[in-house]
Design a protein around this ligand. Structure first.
Ligand SMILES: [Zn+2]
Length: 887
C-alpha cells in the first residue's frame, strides 16, 4: 500500500521527535531471531487445521440499499478431525450454511471479534470437504471492503462506482473467509452489476452474460494468494491498453478521464520490464491493470494484477506539475514492486510488514532514480530518510519488525516513518555495503525459494547471506529488530606528519540528547577522504581508521546513504566547514542533516549549522538548499509573533539571496528539473519571508496569469500563488477564489483552492475556512480539503485545530482503518502549536481505542519535543541576532 495523504499530514507537522525520558533510553533486550516461515507456526487467531484452498464467490450489489447478497462455496482441507470451523466475517449474515451438502448444527457470527463459528452436525474426518452458504453484507461509504464512490469532475461528468480496499483486514467485509496472510487460496469471483458497466478484477474476465439491465461477469481463477489482495472495481469506466512482453496492460478511469492515463501506461510498461529482469521471475499473471479511483482512499493498493490508485497518483491531467508527475512514477514503481514483494512472496504475518513496504519503497526509489536521472531522486529520498530518523530518535520509537498481537492491530504497523522510510533506508545502506549485484542475486534467490508462498525476515537474510557469503542477519538484524540508530562520535588524531587517525565510538542517538548506551549496531560506513574520489565501504569496528591528512575534509557518511548520525570533533568539523563548498552533494547533505539534528538535540550550537548553511559557496544543489530552507523555515515559524522575527527573516533572506541571484527568475534552456524546483522553493521562501522585490514580481506575474493563463507554467504556479496569497487583501482573495471556481481539471482544482487557504489575514482566513467543507470541492477531492486545512493551519494554528478537531472523521475518511493511527500518533505532532497539549491529548484519548496508548504516547512525546525545540531555537537565534548587531 502506498500512503499518500498520510505523508502529507506528516509533512504539515515538520515532525521532530524525542522526549527527555532517560528511563526509556536503555536499549531493549535483543529479540530472539525469528524462524523461517512455516504455515503451522505463522501467528494468527485462526486454527491452522482447517485450510481453504479455493473460494467460489458470487456477489450481487444493491447500490440504492447499500447492501449486497453473496453465494459462497469454499473447498477446505481438514488437517485434523474437527466439529468446528472458525473463519473471519464482519457485518454479514450467513444463511443456508451447509458442510458437504448437509445442514450444520449452529452458526454464530461475532462482529466484535470479527469471527464466525460453525458447529458441524457431525465430527468431520481429515481430508477434502466443502463449506457453502448464502449471505448478505454492507456496501461501505469509506474505503473498507466493497465501497461506493461518488464523483464529480469540473467537466460536468458525475456518477457513482464500486471498488474494493481489503488490506489489512477488510476482505472479511466482502466475503466470510480465512483473512490472514498465510492462508493463500484460489479465488473465483463473479459479480452481477449494471450491464453498461466495465468491470475489473485480479484476473481477466472468463465469461460475461447480459440479462436485461444487468450482466453477470465471472473472472478467471486467481493464483493462490492472500485474501487482502482480492480486488473488484465496476462502473462507467474507460480504459487504455498496452502490452509489455507477455503481459497485457490496462489503465482504467471514469469514462472521459482515461486519456490522461497515457503517462501511467507508458510507465507501467517500462517498470514491468525492469522488474521482470531485476527479480529474475517474470510477472506470473496474464494481465496487469492500473485502476484510477476518484478519491475513495489515500494512496494506492497493490492488489495482484489489479492495482487501485487514488486517481491523482495515476492520471496526469493537462496542466499538471512536475511533482505530480514524479509522484505518479514513484507510486507506480512502489505498487508494481509489491507484485513480487507482497503478492508473489507475502510476509507470513503482519509483524514482518516491512518485507512488503520497506522493500516496495526502496525498489521504487531505485527504479525512479534509474529511469529519471534528472530528478536526482535519491537526493529527494533524503527527505524520507530524515523523517524516519526524526521519528526513530524518540526514546519510545518502535522497531521496523513490530509485534502485532492480532490482525485487528495490523493497521498500526503501517507507520510511514518506520515501516516505509526507515526500512527503505536500511535496505539502501545494506545494498551499498553488499554491492548491488550480489544484493540482487540474493533477492532473486528469495523470490525463487518463496514464490506463491510466504516468508519471514529470516528467510530474506538467509537468501542474501547465500548470495553474498556474508552473515547478513548479523549485520542487519539490529537495524530491523530494535528501535533507534547510532550517533557516531568521531575523534581524529593528527600525527607529526599530519596523518590522521580516526577513532569512532557509537551510542544511540536521541533527539533529546544522545545516551551512552551499549554500542551494538553493525554500521556499514561509506568513508570519503578529501572532496573527490570514491568512498571506501567498511564495517565499523573498534580499530582506528587511517584517514588521509588532517588538512583534508572527512565524511563518514559519503553520499548520505547511512542511517546514522555523525558528530565530528571540533577540528574536523572546522576543516569540513572550510571545505564545505567543494564537497560532493551527498556528503554536504549528510553534514547539513546531521548538524541540524545535533543542534536540536543540544549537542551542537546553532551557529555551527549556520556556518555550513552560509558556506554553500555558489553551489546550487537542490536538496542541500531545501534542507537549509526547511531549517530556516522551522526557526521562522517558531519566531512568529516574537520580537526576534523580523531580524530572523532578514537573516534567512540573506542566506538564500545568493542562490536566487545565481538562478534568476526564469529557467534557462535545458535547465535540469530539480534546479527549476529549487528556484520555486526560493521564490516561495523569499516572498513569504517578506522580500519586497520577490513579492512585487510575483504579483506582476499573477496579474499577467489572470489575463493569460498560459503565461505561467503549471509547476511555477504554486510558488507564485503562495506569495500572492500570503499578502492578499479582500480584492486579491476574490481573484483567487474566482480562479479556483473556474478550474478545468482536478490538478488545477487542488492547486488553486490550496492557495486560497494560504492567506495571512485572519478575516480572509475565516472566509476561506467554510469553503473547505463546501460543495465547491467535489466529493472525491478529500485531498484538496486536507491540503486547504493544512495551509490554513500553518498561518492560523488555532483556527486549523478548531476545524480539524471538529471534522476529523470527515477529513480522514480516506484513511479507512488507519484513521486511528493518524489520530493517535500524528495529530499531536501536527497540531503541537495549535492548542494546549493537554487539550490535544484529551481529544486523542476520546477518539482512539485504549490499546493504542503506545502510538498516542509517541505522538505526545514528539509534540513535547517540538515545544522544547522551539524554546531552544528562539534562544539561540535571538542570541545570534544580538551578536550580529554587536559586531
Ligand atoms: Zn506499499
Amino acid at each position: 500500500m502506498a500512503i499518500g495523504e498520510f505523508r502529507m499530514l506528516v509533512a504539515w507537522g515538520v515532525i521532530a521527535a524525542g522526549y527527555p525520558l532517560a528511563a526509556l533510553a536503555a536499549a531493549p533486550p535483543p529479540t530472539d531471531p525469528e524462524p523461517p516461515f512455516s504455515f503451522e507456526r505463522a501467528p494468527g487467531r485462526l486454527p491452522k487445521t482447517v485450510v481453504p484452498s479455493r473460494y467460489e464467490i458470487a456477489i450481487t450489489p444493491n447500490i440504492e440499499a447499500k447492501t449486497f447478497t453473496g453465494v459462497e462455496s469454499v473447498a477446505l482441507d481438514l488437517r485434523a478431525s474437527t466439529d468446528e470451523l472458525v473463519l473471519n466475517s464482519l457485518d454479514e449474515t450467513l444463511t443456508e450454511v451447509r458442510f458437504d451438502g448437509q445442514p450444520v448444527a449452529t452458526v454464530a457470527s461475532d462482529d466484535e471479534q470479527q469471527l464466525t463459528t460453525v458447529h458441524l452436525a457431525h465430527r468431520a474426518r481429515t481430508g477434502a470437504h466443502r463449506l457453502t452458504f448464502t449471505y448478505t453484507g454492507k456496501i461501505e461509504t469509506r474505503p473498507q471492503g466493497l465501497f461506493l464512490q461518488p464523483y464529480a469532475y469540473p467537466d460536468g461528468t458525475s456518477g457513482k462506482m464500486l471498488s474494493t480496499q481489503m488490506e489489512s483486514t477488510d476482505a472479511r467485509r466482502l466475503f466470510p473467509c480465512w483473512d490472514e496472510p498465510a492462508f493463500r487460496a484460489v479465488f473465483v469471483l463473479t459479480f452481477t452489476v449494471p450491464s453498461d458497466w466495465a468491470t475489473v478484477s485480479n484476473m481477466p474476465i472468463a465469461r460475461r452474460t447480459v440479462h436485461g439491465a444487468l450482466q453477470t461477469v465471472r473472472f478467471d481463477p486467481t493464483p493462490k494468494m492472500p485474501s487482502y489482495l482480492v480486488e473488484f472495481t465496476g462502473g462507467e469506466l474507460g480504459h487504455l491498453s498496452g502490452q509489455s512482453g507477455a503481459t497485457a496492460l490496462g489503465v482504467w478511469a471514469v469514462r472521459g478521464q482515461e486519456a490522461t492515463g497515457q503517462y501511467a501506461l507508458d510507465n507501467a510498461a517500462q517498470i514491468l520490464g525492469d522488474y521482470n529482469d531485476y527479480f529474475g521471475y517474470p510477472f506470473p499473471l496474464p494481465k496487469l491493470d492500473s485502476i484510477a479511483i476518484p478519491g475513495g482512499f489515500s494512496g494506492a493498493m497493490e492488489n495482484w494484477g489489479a492495482i487501485t490508485y487514488n486517481e491523482r497518483h495515476l492520471l496526469l491531467p493537462p496542466s499538471s506539475t512536475l511533482s505530480q508527475q514524479q509522484e505518479i512514477y514513484a507510486v507506480q514503481a512502489h505498487e508494481m514492486a509489491h507484485q513480487w514483494n507482497g503478492d508473489l512472496v507475502t510476509m507470513g504475518w503482519w509483524d514482518d510488514l516491512w518485507l512488503n513496504e520497506s522493500f516496495a519503497s526502496w525498489m521504487a526509489a531505485k527504479e525512479t532514480a534509474l529511469r529519471n536521472p534528472s530528478w536526482q531522486w535519491w537526493e529527494q529520498a533524503d527527505v524520507d530518510k530524515e523523517s524516519a530518523m526524526r521519528a526513530d530518535a524518540l526514546a519510545n520509537s518502535p522497531a521496523i519488525q513490530q509485534h502485532v498481537t492480532d490482525e485487528l492491530q495490523a493497521s498500526n504497523a503501517f507507520d510511514p516513518a518506520i515501516t516505509y522510510d526507515k526500512g527503505q533506508s536500511i535496505l539502501r545502506m545494506l545494498e551499498a555495503y553488499l554491492g548491488p549485484g550480489p544484493f540482487r542475486d540474493g533477492i532473486r534467490r528469495y523470490m525463487q525459494a518463496h514464490a506463491f508462498s510466504n516468508a519471514t525476515t529470516t528467510d530474506l537474510w538467509v537468501a542474501l547471506s547465500a548470495a553474498t557469503g556474508k552473515d547478513v542477519g548479523r549485520i542487519a538484524g539490529d537495524w530491523t529488530g530494535r528501535p533507534g540508530f547510532p550517533l557516531l562520535h568521531v575523534a581524529a588524531a593528527c600525527g607529526a606528519d599530519g596523518a590522521r587517525t580516526v577513532h569512532v565510538t557509537q551510542s544511540r542517538f536521541l533527539s533529546a540528547g544522545a545516551t551512552q548506551g551499549e554500542s551494538h549496531w553493525a554500521v556499514p560506513l561509506q568513508v570519503r577522504i578529501g572532496s573527490h574520489g570514491e568512498p571506501a565501504s567498511v564495517l565499523l569496528s573498534d580499530a582506528p581508521i587511517s584517514a588521509g591528512s588532517c588538512a583534508e575534509p572527512l565524511s563518514l557518511d559519503a553520499g548520505a546513504i547511512g542511517f546514522y548520525r555523525v558528530q565530528y570533533d571540533a577540528a574536523t568539523l572546522q576543516t569540513n566547514t572550510a571545505h564545505f563548498g567543494e564537497l560532493p552533494d551527498g556528503d554536504r547533505i549528510a553534514l547539513l542533516d546531521d548538524e541540524w539534528a545535533l543542534v536540536l538535540a543540544r549537542a551542537e550550537p546553532l551557529k555551527n549549522y549556520l556556518a555550513l548553511a552560509s558556506g554553500m559557496d555558489g553551489d546550487l544543489d537542490t536538496r542541500a538548499w531545501q534542507q537549509i530552507s526547511d531549517s530556516l523555515g522551522t526557526i521562522e515559524y517558531d519566531e512568529r509573533g516574537r520580537p526576534g522575527h523580523e531580524a530572523l527573516t532578514a537573516y534567512a533572506r540573506s542566506v538564500l539571496a545568493p542562490a536566487f541571484a545565481a538562478l534568476g527568475w526564469n529557467a534557462k534552456p535545458d535547465e535540469a528539473p530539480d534546479r527549476q524546483e529549487l528556484r520555486r522553493t526560493l521564490i516561495r521562501d523569499l516572498g513569504v519571508w517578506g522580500d519586497a522585490d520577490v513579492i512585487r514580481v510575483a504579483r506582476q506575474r499573477f496579474d499577467t496569469f489572470l489575463k493569460d493563463p498560459a503565461s505561467l507554467a503549471p509547476s511555477d504556479q504554486p510558488a507564485i500563488l503562495a506569495v500572492v496569497a500570503h499578502d492578499a487583501d479582500a480584492t486579491t482573495f476574490e481573484q483567487l477564489h474566482r480562479l479556483a471556481k473556474s478550474t478545468k481539471n482536478m490538478s488545477e482544482l487542488g492547486r488553486f483552492y490550496s492557495a486560497l487557504a494560504e492567506v495571512r489575514d485572519p478575516t480572509l482566513a475565516d472566509e476561506a475556512a467554510p469553503i473547505i467543507f463546501s460543495a465547491e470541492i467535489p466529493p472525491q477531492a478529500f485531498q484538496a480539503r486536507l491540503q486547504m486545512l493544512g495551509a490554513l493551519a500553518q498561518e492560523h494554528p488555532a483556527l486549523g485545530w478548531r476545524l480539524f478537531s471538529q471534522h476529523a472523521h470527515e477529513l480522514l475518511a480516506s484513511q479507512g482503518n488507519m484513521e486511528a493511527l493518524v489520530e493517535a500518533q500524528y495529530v499531536p505532532q501536527i497540531f503541537w502549536n495549535s492548542a494546549p497539549l493537554d487539550e490535544i491529548e484529551a481529544w486523542v484519548r476520546g477518539k482512539v481505542p485504549a490499546e493504542m496508548a503506545p502510538e498516542m504516547e509517541r505522538g505526545m512525546a514528539a509534540a513535547h519535543r517540538k515545544i522544547d525545540e522551539k524554546a531552544l531555537l528562539i534562544r539561540e537565534a535571538d542570541a545570534l541576532t544580538e551578536e550580529r548587531h554587536a559586531s
